[in-house]
Design a protein around this ligand. Structure first.
Ligand code: CIR
Length: 267
């Protein structure tokens, strides 16, 4: 895959407005759900931060029938070279792909579809300068991950399969790319030696959800719930932009989940 400067240099993004049904978003255990107003406020601040980082954001309308459709990262993957439509491993999210498909077909010349019967969620897919990592999880099965490796190869990339730590929803719930050489992760993922080719920063104990940060151009979006992680990244010279995630965390989400991001040539 011809790499455009770096893997976190973006000029285009897609987000979707939350629906009022977001209060019924999927969540583990018996967590109390979020309020619509709270999610909307966090989403608005997120859009503003992504725009401020130099990215043109396309905002899609809410989908009442799909409470989790605000998390556009999951039904598709986007690269400069093309998009890949995925098939969620959870029934209530499968049809989100049909909603985002036409949008991506209008924006990308090449749009591939994950072959059936494989399942994969975008939250399990991490782009790195050394290739794409696909984490196996309750949402991404081996059949889906293997098919996805082939799709990524078809658009000129390379990918390999990794394990997602137990008890974690998505691979990227537990890790994120900070720069071309550095990954931030939970201690559990650091111990799994998935990132032996990278410099690794481990989030402080008790701040595990902070491992889902989002590098966009020069800035790193970090949840404001985790002050020790913010201080650590700040000391290491990253330009941190804290954002509230208290409401979206109630439905098991983090910062990367709310956008699809890519570098669009010729803009
Ligand atoms: C779900 O369970 O699918 C949503 N409640 C949260 C999705 C978070 N997405 C992500 O980590 N990429």
């Amino acid at each position: 895959m011809a790499q455009i400067r770096s893997i976190y240099e973006f000029n285009s993004a897609i987000v979707r407005e939350p629906s009022t049904s977001v209060v019924n978003g999927l969540r583990s255990g018996d967590r109390v759900g979020p309020t619509y107003e709270g999610v909307k406020a966090e989403h608005d601040a997120y859009i503003a931060a992504v725009w401020n980082a130099g990215v043109e954001v396309t905002v899609l309308p809410p989908l009442e029938a799909f409470p989790d459709s605000i998390f556009v990262e999951d039904p598709a993957l986007v690269f400069t070279e093309g998009a890949i439509l995925l098939r969620s491993g959870t029934p209530s999210r499968v049809h989100e792909t049909a909603e985002i498909g036409p949008v991506l077909r209008a924006m990308f010349e090449t749009v591939l579809e994950l072959p059936a019967p494989g399942q994969a969620d975008g939250g399990d897919v991490m782009y790195t300068p050394k290739g794409v990592l696909i984490g196996l999880s309750a949402r991404t099965d081996k059949t889906g991950a293997e098919a996805l490796v082939c799709c990524i190869e078809q658009i000129g990339g390379r990918a390999q399969i990794a394990e997602t730590p137990r008890g974690v929803l998505h691979f990227k719930t537990a890790c994120s790319l900070l720069d071309d050489e550095t990954v931030i992760s939970t201690a559990a993922l650091a111990d799994a030696a998935v990132f032996s080719d990278f410099r690794q920063i481990v989030v402080p104990e008790g701040e595990e959800p902070a491992a889902n940060v989002l590098r966009v151009n020069d800035i790193v979006l970090v949840s404001s719930n985790y002050p020790r992680t913010i201080e650590m990244l700040d000391k290491q010279g990253y330009e941190v932009v804290p954002l509230k995630t208290a409401e979206i965390e109630k439905i098991d989400a983090g910062l990367s989940c709310m956008s699809l991001r890519w570098y669009r040539k010729g803009k």
